[in-house]
Design a protein around this ligand. Sequence first.
Ligand SMILES: Nc1ncnc2c1ncn2[C@@H]1O[C@H](COP(=O)(O)OP(=O)(O)OP(=O)(O)O)[C@@H](O)[C@H]1O
Length: 310
Amino acid sequence: MLELVELSKKFKQLYAVKSLNMFVERGEIIGLLGPNGAGKSTAISMISSLAAPTAGDVRFHNKSILKNAGEFREIVGMVPQEIALYTDLTAEENLQFFGRMYRLKGSILKSKIEEILHLVGLTERRKDVVKTFSGGMKRRLNIGVALLHNPELIIMDEPTVGIDPQSRNYILETVKRLNQERDMTVIYTSHYMEEVEFLCDRIYIMDQGNLIASGTNEEIKRILSAEKTILIKGEQLNDQFISSLQEHPLVNRITTADKQVTLMVAKEVSMFAELTKLAEQAGIDLTSVHNKTPTLEDVFLHLTGRALRD
Ligand SMILES: Nc1ncnc2c1ncn2[C@@H]1O[C@H](COP(=O)(O)OP(=O)(O)OP(=O)(O)O)[C@@H](O)[C@H]1O
C-alpha cells in the first residue's frame, strides 16, 4: 500500500532522516519508535507530503506521492503532534468547520459528526468550547478531525504525549478499534515502547535519522537472543556497587534508575553469586535480583548503548 524508498531529509549538515526504507500493508498498524530527535516527525511529514524529501520517494499504491500530493491528501488522515483546533469553537463546531474543508455538508456531515463524537468519546461535551477541554480531550478531538473524510490511512505523531493515563488508554483503544472494525491502516509514532508493543503489527526503530531495527515485536526481540537482562533492586545502590558492575568483564551493558540497576549479560552467564559478593563489598543490601523478559527498550539499549528515554 505504502512504500518509502531510500527516503532522506537533510537540514544543513544534519540528516534528520537518512535512507529510510519501509513498507506498510493495508490493515496493518505500523509503529515508528525512537527517542526525541530520532527523525520520526520528519519522516511522517514526508509521508504525509507536508515536507519535501531531499532524496528518495514515497509511493502509495505504486504511485509517487511527490507528484500526486493533492490526491494523496484526500485518502490520508494526519494527526499532528501539535493540537490543530479552534479553541474558541465547540467540539461540534470544530468538526463542522473541518468537515466543510473536506467538502462534506448537509446530512452526510451531520451523521459523520455524530459518528466521530461517539468514536472519540466526546458526545456529551459536544457543545463545550475546546479551551475548556483537558489535553487528552483535545487530542481525542484532533484525532476525530483527521477521520472526517474516511481516510484509508491514518498517521499519528505521538498522540499520547503529555496526557492523563485515562485519555491515553482511550486513544490506544480507539486506534485498535479503528484498525479492527474499519480495517484502517495506521502509522503510529511514539517514544513509549509499551504503546508500540501493545498496538503494532510491525515496528521500525529509528535513532538519529537511521533505521536501526525493524520487524514484528517478536522478530525484534530475537535480536537479543544471545543476551539476557537482569534487574537488580536495592534501597541504597551506591557508587561503589554501580562502578564495580560497570567495570565487570561479564557485564555487556548497564543502566541505572532510582533504586534499580539493569544489566545485560550473555545468556549463559549466572551473576547471582557475583552480585551477592559485590553488594557485600559495597556494604549494601539488595532487595531483589531477577531475570527480566526483554522489552523493546532493551533492544534499543543493546543496539545503541543508550536508553530509549535519554
Ligand atoms: N525544520 C528543521 N530545521 C532544522 N532541523 C530540524 C528541523 N526539523 C527537525 N530538525 C532536526 O531533525 C532531527 C529529527 O527531528 P524530528 O522532529 O523528526 O525527531 P522526532 O523523532 O520526531 O523527535 P520528537 O519526538 O522530539 O518530535 C532533530 O535533530 C531536529 O532538531
